[in-house]
Structure formats: structure tokens, C-alpha cells
Design a protein around this ligand. Structure first.
Ligand SMILES: Cc1cc2nc3c(=O)[nH]c(=O)nc-3n(C[C@H](O)[C@H](O)[C@H](O)COP(=O)(O)OP(=O)(O)OC[C@H]3O[C@@H](n4cnc5c(N)ncnc54)[C@H](O)[C@@H]3O)c2cc1C
Length: 570
């Protein structure tokens, strides 16, 4: 499907909205100057437009399949993956010592978004590998790093992440997979994992699985879980993919969307694995990968939103139907007020979600570069918001894209529905959005709301600065921030189940306010023009939703249990 990489939008956001200059001012990221970032955006954008976008429909129409125990990927995916690997796009942020580019996560986030718009099901493969690389960089021994990181970073080998089992989904601590020490520093890993994205492929020399399992003396629950690296082919003395390990793909799932991504049931039968991180410290190590992937999955949603928007706009520019109530229009459905509402909502929401994700990445980069605790807390606070709001935006925008197409949106040939079907899972995997919201109001508010208040202070200071040029918009954003502050104060004073009851509306209210803030920043930087008009649309029509969401967030848990299970069934 045709796709145009929004390179200029990224440049504007870097320069005027999320402050990439703070990142490039650090020693750690000093090399990521304007020329480098422009070159990366342009080159990655071109690869997405020319190589990946034509594969999107291929993956949907010709799903990955299992043939005699071997996964056969969709037509063209092998060449597409090669282009990703050769361009270095698996590893823009990875450690240069092992062949990575060492660039800021902010830039990787932009590249990941473009790849997601172009072909989401293929992009999921390098996303998994990126998370594995980060987990190994932080937790693996030097020996493991030396063998695996260069191969993963170059894209010769791919990485996966194995948490889920039939009885252990959101409740990872219920897993039953086992690991026994072999006495030579390796372990025998046995168990079944389900829903493993890109559990195998026919284009990389090796597939390296990060598997959560319990050692014989591991206590029940998450505290007794350890993490193991279990390669499909065991590296030989020279570090090349050697003999086959005792693992296999049992079957592939038939899914609503994301057909090009093989989702595997994996069986491990005493497979040789290496411990990553300390014994029983698996969850901490896995969280490195999961946090990376949570930002990445939020960005998948934003990529789907951008793709769906471009697709719907192109259709609306051509489709003629009825006469609109405006003078001098285009003669197409674009002239109708309701079609304008849909398209402008799609554009405004995508901008809001993209800004949140990039601000999240800037906070990660600043935490990495400076070690500053406030930046780390900012990154931790924003991660569940990016994941949940980015994916909700992907689904909602893609759904509007179907509606803009009318009946043609429901006909598969147009490809409009594919964005919706592909994006749907992003709200489920990597921790459902409900779990993300609970993380926000639980773990991320253990500081009594301090990180949230610091962010709200910034939002209100920016609104104050905007009063001179954009008084009405500034007032709305300031008011919304104040309502969110009061809701946060209420929330942190509650018992945990009352927080959980309001977690999803609270997270969405937070995202709404952040969206208003970033739109206002764009308007402030521009003065007057199309970005200011978009900010006006968002702040007057979408931001008001925050008030209802905050009221919902403050309603507490009691009412949710007012209907008994029998009442629900009646
Ligand atoms: C296409 C696809 C690809 C995937 N890829 C991978 C992968 O690569 N690796 C991997 O390990 N897993 C993968 N998964 C699994 C995915 O992460 C899980 O499906 C997800 O974590 C939810 O687990 P579950 O399906 O068991 O749902 P459940 O945990 O049974 O959840 C059902 C519902 O209950 C809610 N719920 C559950 N517990 C709580 C709670 N404590 N509080 C409030 N609400 C709760 C959930 O939010 C959800 O709405 C994939 C799944 C799919 C569909």
C-alpha cells in the first residue's frame, strides 16, 4: 500500500515539541546531530516506503504457515527483513561495541513507527530482537554478550520473548516451565509456551528465545522465576549457529490480523539454555525487555494510525458522493463536515500519541545519558501511557479509517480494515491495556504522585507561557491539568482496588491532557497556521473528554461490584 514517511513531522516534533536538543546536548548522544538524525529519518523512511509498504497486503493475504515443522514466511518478507537488517534498522540504539549505532531511543522510536506503518507484521520481528538485545546488554555475562549481541544487532539472528503459557497470561507468576542445572553452567529447559511472536522464520540463521522458567528451588509466583537464553541452534566453538536444540514449533495460531507474523506454540524438551541475570531474578531481567517492548508496542499503534490516516485521506480525496454545504469545495466527500471531523480527529490523535511516545523516548535517553532519577521516573510514568494510549489510538484511528471508506472499508481489497485488524492485538499483548493502567496507578504512583505532579507543573508552566499568544487554548490546557492534578491527589489517597477501578479512565485522562499540552507546544512554536488549527481542533473538541474520564476515575470500586456475578448473567 502506498505510504509516505512523515519525516517533516518527526523533525518538527524533535525541534519544537519533545526537545531532542536536550538529548543531543549530552556527551552520550552528542554524535546524533542534525545531519545524522535527518539522514536516519530520510533513509529509514525511504526503505519503509519502497520496500516494506508493498509487503503489507502480502502478509495479510498469504499468512505465515507451518510446513513439516518449518515456518514459511509470507512472500517478500525474507527480502524485506534483509533490507531492515542491512540498513541497520534492527539496532539503531544498540551498543556500538557490538556493532550497533548507539543512537538515541528517540530516533529508534521514529524508525519503529515508520516500519510499523509500512508493514506491522514484519516490524514485530525486529521489535522483539531490539528488546532482547537490551535485556542481554543489561543482564547477560560478557561471554554471552560476545556470542549473541553482534549476531542479533546485525540481524543475522532474531530474538523472541517467551512468557505466556496456557494458565499463565497476565499472571506470569503462574508459569510451569522448568529449568534444571546440567552441572556445566548450562540448563535444561522444559515446557510449553504459547502465542510466541515470530517463534521461527525461514530467513535468519538462528532464532534466540528468552524463556522464563522456574529452577527446582524456585519459590511459587514471580519471585521464583529465572530467565534463560535458549537458541534454536546452539552456537559452535566459533560462535556460529551449530546443532539444533531440543525445541520446536508445535503450531501457528489463526488470528484476526497480523497474519504475516507467525504466532507460535513452542515446545521445549530439555532444551539447552543459559541463565541471564541471577537465579530467581528473571522478572527483573525480563522487565528490561518488556519496558522496551511496551514503548515499541505503543509505537506500533501509532504506526497503524498513521498508515490508516494516509489511506483514508487518499480515498476521501477521490470519492465523490452528495453535495456538501460549503462553497468552493473539492467535490469529494472531503467537503462533508462529518468526514472532516473523522479525518481531523485521526490526524490530531496521531499527533498526540506520537508526541507522548517521543517524549517518553526522550525521557529514556535523558535517563541513560545523565543517570538522573527524575528523568528515569518520567520515563517509567510515561511508558504505560504510551503503550495504552498509542495502541488505543491505533485501533480507534483505524476504525475511523474504515468508516471514512464507507462500504469499501468493509471490503478487504481496499486494505482499510487490515489496519484495524492488525492493530487490535496491540492493546492485548505486552501486558493488556488494563494491566498498563494498573501499573500507572499502582507501581508508578508509589512515589505519592511526585513524578506526575512534576509533569503537571511543566504542563501548567507551558500553558502560562502560551497565554500571551494563544489565550483561549492555553486556558483550556491549564484547566485540564488542574483537574488531572486534583484527580491524582484523590487517587493516591485511595486503597488499591479503588485506584484500580479508575485506572483505565485515569490513564486516558492523563493522555488527553498530555495531548493538549503537546498540541499547545506545537501552536506556540508555529504562531499561526495548520499546526495551530490542529491544536485548536484537539483542545476544543477532544480534550474536554478528560473531565468525564476524571469523574469516572474518581468513582471508586464499590459500584463495580454492585451487580453480582448472577446479576451479570441475568
Ligand atoms: C498475536 C499475539 C502475539 C503474542 N506474542 C507474545 C509473545 O511474543 N510472547 C509472549 O510471551 N506472549 C505473547 N502474547 C501473549 C500476550 O502477551 C497475552 O495474551 C496477554 O498478556 C494477555 O494474557 P491472556 O491472553 O492470558 O489474557 P488473560 O490474562 O486471561 O486476561 C483476560 C482479561 O482479564 C484481564 N485481567 C487479567 N488479570 C487481571 C488483573 N490482575 N487485574 C485486572 N484485569 C486482569 C485482562 O486485562 C484481560 O482483559 C501474544 C498474544 C497474541 C494474541
Amino acid at each position: 500500500m502506498p505510504y509516505r514517511a512523515p519525516v517533516l513531522d518527526f523533525r518538527f516534533l524533535f525541534d519544537h515539541v519533545v526537545g531532542l536538543d536536550q538529548v543531543t546536548a549530552t556527551d552520550r548522544f552528542a554524535e546524533a546531530d542534525r545531519d545524522v538524525t535527518d539522514a536516519i529519518l530520510t533513509e529509514a523512511g525511504r526503505m519503509c516506503e519502497d520496500v516494506l509498504a508493498p509487503l503489507q497486503r502480502m502478509g495479510d493475504m498469504h499468512p505465515a504457515r507451518l510446513e513439516n515443522g518449518v515456518v514459511r514466511t509470507s512472500p517478500g518478507f525474507s527480502e524485506g527483513y534483509k533490507a531492515i537488517a542491512e540498513g541497520g534498522w534492527v539496532s539503531t540504539s544498540s551498543d556500538p561495541e557490538f556493532g550497533g549505532m548507539g543512537l538515541p531511543m528517540t530516533l529508534t522510536t521514529a524508525v519503529n513507527e515508520m516500519m510499523s506503518s509500512a508493514c506491522l507484521s514484519l516490524q514485530l520481528n525486529p521489535l522483539m530482537t531490539q528488546g532482547q538485545i537490551e535485556a542481554l546488554e543489561h543482564h547477560a555475562s560478557d561471554e554471552i554478550k560476545a556470542i549473541y549481541l553482534p549476531k542479533l544487532i546485525s540481524g543475522e539472528w532474531c530474538g523472541t520473548m517467551n512468557l505466556t503459557e496456557p494458565q499463565a497470561g497476565s499472571d506470569v507468576g503462574a508459569l510451569r516451565s522448568k529449568a534444571e542445572p546440567n552441572g556445566d553452567g548450562t540448563y535444561s529447559v522444559t515446557g510449553q509456551k504459547i502465542y510466541i511472536s515470530w517463534g521461527d522464520n525461514d530467513f535468519s540463521e538462528n532464532v534466540c528465545h528468552l524463556v522464563l522458567a522456574r529452577l527446582p528451588d524456585g519459590v511459587p509466583g514471580t519471585k521464583g522465576i529465572s530467565l534463560f537464553l535458549v537458541p534454536k541452534r546452539i552456537p559452535d566453538a566459533d560462535g556460529n549457529a551449530g546443532v539444533a536444540n531440543a525445541l520446536k514449533v508445535v503450531s501457528l495460531e489463526h488470528k484476526v490480523g497480523l497474519h504475516g507474523s507467525p504466532t507460535a506454540v513452542m515446545q521445549y524438551d530439555g532444551a539447552t539454555g543459559w541463565l541471564i541475570g541471577p537465579e530467581h531474578g528473571g522478572m527483573a531481567a525480563m522487565f528490561t525487555m518488556m519496558n522496551n517492548a511496551r514503548l515499541g508496542v505503543g509505537v506500533q499503534g501509532i504506526g497503524a494510525a498513521e498508515g490508516a490516516y494516509q489511506h483514508a485521506l487518499a480515498y476521501a480525496e477521490e470519492r465523490k458522493q452528495g453535495r456538501a454545504m460549503v462553497e468552493g469545495g473539492t467535490g469529494t466527500i472531503l467537503d462533508h463536515a462529518d468526514v472532516r471531523r473523522m479525518l481531523t480527529t485521526m490526524k490530531a490523535e496521531t499527533f498526540a500519541a506520537r508526541s507522548i511516545a517521543l517524549a517518553n523516548a526522550v525521557a529514556i535517553d535523558m535517563g541513560t545519558a545523565t543517570g538522573d532519577a527524575d528523568w528515569k521516573a518520567r520515563a517509567a510514568l510515561l511508558t504505560p501511557i504510551t503503550k495504552a494510549f498509542g495502541t488505543e489510538t491505533g485501533i480507534a484511528v483505524a476504525e475511523l479509517g474504515v468508516q471514512v471508506h464507507g462500504g469499501m472499508g468493509y471490503i478487504e481489497e481496499t486494505g482499510a480494515a487490515q489496519y484495524f485488524r492488525d492493530a487490535r492485538v496491540t492493546a492485548i499483548y505486552e501486558g493488556t491495556n488494563g494491566i498498563q493502567a494498573m501499573d500507572l496507578v499502582g507501581r508508578k504512583m508509589m512515589d505519592g504522585g511526585e513524578a506526575a505532579y512534576r509533569l503537571l507543573d511543566e504542563i501548567e508552566a507551558n500553558a502560562e507561557a502560551a497565554r500571551a499568544t494563544h489565550p483561549d487554548l492555553a486556558q483550556e490546557v491549564w484547566n485540564a491539568a488542574e483537574t488531572l492534578r486534583e484527580t491524582t491527589e484523590w487517587l493516591v489517597a485511595q486503597e488499591m482496588n479503588d485506584r484500580f477501578a479508575g485506572a483505565v479512565p485515569y490513564l486516558r485522562a492523563f493522555a488527553r491532557v498530555l495531548g493538549g499540552h503537546f498540541h499547545l507546544k506545537a501552536a506556540l512554536a508555529e504562531g499561526q497556521g495548520k499546526r495551530t488549527a490542529l491544536a485548536g481542533f484537539y483542545i476544543t473538541r477532544l480534550l474536554p473528554e478528560h473531565a468525564g474520564l476524571c469523574a469516572h476515575a474518581r468513582a471508586g470500586a464499590e459500584g463495580l461490584y454492585a451487580l453480582s456475578p448472577e446479576d451479570l448473567a441475568a
